[in-house]
Design a binder for this molecule. Structure first.
Ligand code: NDP
Length: 390
């Protein structure tokens, strides 16, 4: 099927020859005019309508990426240090800053978390018309900075949580903090195809809850053979006319009941021994090139979207030596946001593999900041007068 035929078949207008605003999922408009490079998908898009100065180019060409602030320009000691700058980390920063904790956020060299890879966000409360993921994170960041948060866009190298002040090193600079919130998030795993990267946010997604809505009456595919893939496929049948499940083996990791349910769902078709070799499409996904892992035979499949559901990787590297991990590699929390080390708190997807939503991560960040503040007060590090400061 030609591209034009595919467009007609799904009821979308043909893509313009040289677009700045592309036809998007379900006919909604996504403006990629400021997306200067697909090679640096984490870089925040410039925000012409928001007066936020990231202090650098849109693409992370300079060390530290956009918004990099050298340690010599800022503080390196704080009552509360937050590692991570997704919804959990920046919400924690907003609350901590408003409680006069003057937090430092070590935001990572690709700040903003998973929402930086998302286009339309329509389930974050307060934005009835939706908002672009990078724009939402720029607002979080501006709000945190407004109340005095010092944000440094660096990756951490190592930590020492053996005694207080806790010490964290990032690009050779030592930071000291009386309390720490770990909000490093989790990263979706991807197949690693160039075409998959190029079409991310243009039909390729790793979040059915976020993007399923855009595929009403469309034919789509889900990659993976675990519980997530089956759960996402089932969820996507609410919108899609057909969901193809593509799994590289003929046995599934998913629980039997999930597999059985999918088999009985007339909208789901399961293709075993099937790998995606290429995602087809210029401006958005139009199909897939597949290969049979047993016979090596290639074929093409028409599809308007591709959901990758092959697992998430929690970002725990620097903390593994100090904090407990569960069987899936996520940090273990005790009593809401506490870790086993007093003064070290945990928030967001780095421990939560159940909900994984921006709004739940933000709520978690809020709780971690309140718990950190109360703990700092209990230690006499801050005055006990901020409980109403939130
Ligand atoms: P899993 O690790 O369980 O499954 C990942 C799947 O992706 C596997 O089938 C794997 O194939 C496949 N895969 C991995 N890498 C690739 C690749 N490069 N190319 C193609 N396929 C690939 O991850 P899930 O996210 O599904 O689940 C994580 C955990 O969360 C599990 O313990 C699961 O039970 C749990 N969970 C529970 C849910 C529930 O109870 N409702 C819902 C969702 C998750 P292969 O099998 O060949 O290795």
């Amino acid at each position: 099927m030609s591209k034009q035929q595919t467009d007609d078949a799904v009821g979308l207008p043909p893509a313009p020859a040289n677009p700045t605003t592309l036809p998007s999922f379900g006919g909604l408009s996504i403006d990629f005019s400021s997306d200067t490079s697909v090679a640096a998908p984490y870089a925040p898009a410039p925000l012409p309508d928001l007066a936020i100065d990231f202090g650098g180019p849109a693409v992370a060409a300079a060390p530290g990426g956009p918004g990099f602030v050298s340690a010599s320009e800022g503080r390196t000691e704080t009552k509360l240090l937050i590692v991570g700058s997704g919804p959990a980390g920046l919400t924690a920063a907003i609350y901590a800053a408003r409680a006069n904790l003057e937090p430092i956020v070590l935001a990572g060299s690709t700040p903003g978390g998973q929402l930086m890879l998302t286009s339309d966000v329509e389930n974050y409360p307060g934005f009835p018309d939706g908002i672009q993921g990078p724009d939402l994170m720029a607002l979080f960041r501006a709000q945190a900075e407004r109340f005095g948060t010092h944000i440094v866009d660096v990756d951490i190298d190592r930590v020492d949580l053996s005694s207080r002040p806790f010490r964290i090193w990032a690009r050779g600079v030592e930071y000291k903090a009386q309390a720490v919130i770990v909000a490093t998030g989790a990263s979706a795993m991807w197949l690693g195809l160039d075409s998959e990267t190029r079409l991310r946010g243009r039909g390729v997604s790793a979040c059915a809850t976020c993007d399923g809505f855009f595929f009403r009456d469309k034919e789509i595919a889900v990659v993976g053979g675990g519980d997530t893939a089956f759960e996402e496929a089932s969820y996507l049948t609410r919108f899609a006319s057909k969901v193809h499940m593509l799994h590289r083996r003929d046995e599934f990791r998913a629980s039997r009941i999930m597999v059985e349910r999918a088999r009985q769902n007339p909208k789901i078709e399961i293709h075993t021994n099937t790998e995606v070799e290429e995602v087809l499409g210029e401006e958005r996904v139009t199909g897939l090139r597949l290969v049979d892992t047993e016979t090596g035979v290639e074929r093409q499949m028409a599809a308007d979207g591709l959901f990758i559901a092959i697992g998430h990787q929690p970002n725990t590297e620097a903390f593994r030596e100090w904090l407990e991990l569960d069987a899936k590699g996520y940090l273990v929390v005790r009593d809401k946001t506490n870790s086993e080390i007093e003064g070290v708190f945990i928030a967001g997807d780095v421990h939560d593999h159940r909900y994984r939503q921006a709004v739940t991560a933000a709520g978690d960040g809020c709780m971690a900041a309140i718990d950190a503040e109360r703990w700092l007060e209990s230690q006499g590090i801050t005055e006990a007068n901020t409980l109403t400061a939130w």
